[in-house]
Design a protein around this ligand. Structure first.
Ligand SMILES: C[S@@+](CC[C@H](N)C(=O)[O-])C[C@H]1O[C@@H](n2cnc3c(N)ncnc32)[C@H](O)[C@@H]1O
Length: 272
């Protein structure tokens, strides 16, 4: 979320509270209500955690195209996504939510065939969001021929028109419960085979704190039979659907670290 989106969200909340003061309780209750909802319905409030090293090769990963700006995923999120993409001979990849292009460019670097589904700049402006923000979408993607961009609202988009199945799908668009549920249900139908995976962003507010509205959206979105293949990836805010056998632990915050990461930064000039 950009600062401008945050300001608009805060403005809308304050407006609601001014019009109807009791709605403050709706805002405050929201996350706790989702927590009790999934506890009651699914007897869980978080997914088992898989160690990030289960996706890395020799404990290593390298990412590129990283801006460290507002809306960037964590470096570890992108490293997991890229490592998974690299594990397929030629990964067929689709993502909902591209923003500047950091996640899709990292996946494209593995030789994957990439498709981006994102609101068009016109749709973004029509939502009342900033024009500069709208036009910065995809700004890092210099070679547009490598990435298929579909301007669409994932909530109304007919994914069958893509006429394709995917190895890896990244769900990182609208993070409200309703949108996560809708996106999850739709992309689940697009998985190619039993080796295919879905990665959801914003499973947590941070790598130790689950975001229960998103978890509820995932659980209500995909078939119940698939729930046993849902995990959180350690040191990230990603959840994953994966049918491979993975070793798990149950995360208890605050976490006592069992690893630290070595990060080497290189600043590269960028001209759009
Ligand atoms: C968090 S950003 C994506 C970040 C990107 N995946 C990365 O890691 O670099 C979310 C993006 O989803 C887009 N978006 C939000 N709601 C959407 C919807 N309903 N359909 C398609 N795109 C949407 C927004 O325009 C925004 O750019």
């Amino acid at each position: 979320m950009t600062n401008s989106q945050r300001l608009k969200a805060i403005y809308s909340i304050i407006r609601k509270i001014l019009i109807k003061p009791s709605s403050i309780f709706l805002v405050l209750r929201d996350e706790t209500e989702y927590k009790s909802y999934i506890q009651k319905k699914y007897s869980k409030t978080q997914f088992p955690t898989v160690d990030i090293n289960q996706f890395f090769v020799d404990g290593q990963a390298e990412i590129n195209h990283y801006t460290f700006l507002d809306g960037s995923s964590l470096a570890t999120d992108l490293a997991v996504l890229k490592s998974i993409a690299a594990s397929y001979p030629t990964c067929e990849y689709m993502e909902i939510g591209t923003w500047r292009g950091e996640s899709i460019l990292n996946v494209a670097d593995t030789g994957a065939n990439c498709t981006s589904i994102n609101l068009s700049p016109i749709d973004i402006i029509a939502l009342g969001l900033d024009e500069k923000y709208a036009h910065l979408h995809g700004c890092l993607i210099k070679d547009k021929s490598k990435i298929k961009t579909v301007y669409a609202n994932s909530l109304s988009f007919d994914f069958s028109t893509l006429n394709q199945k995917y190895d890896l799908i990244f769900v990182d668009g609208d993070h409200t419960y309703e949108a996560v549920k809708s996106d999850s249900a739709k992309v689940f139908e697009l998985l190619k085979d039993d080796n295919s995976m879905i990665v959801w962003h914003d499973y947590g507010y941070n790598p130790e704190t689950p975001r229960h509205s998103v978890i509820a959206g995932i659980l209500d979105g995909i078939p119940a039979a698939a729930h046993s293949h849902l995990y959180h990836v350690s040191n990230t805010i990603c959840a994953i659907y994966c049918k491979q056998n993975l070793n798990v632990t149950i995360l208890e915050s605050p976490v006592k670290p069992d690893k630290v990461f070595k990060i080497q930064l290189q600043s590269c000039p960028f001209e759009s």
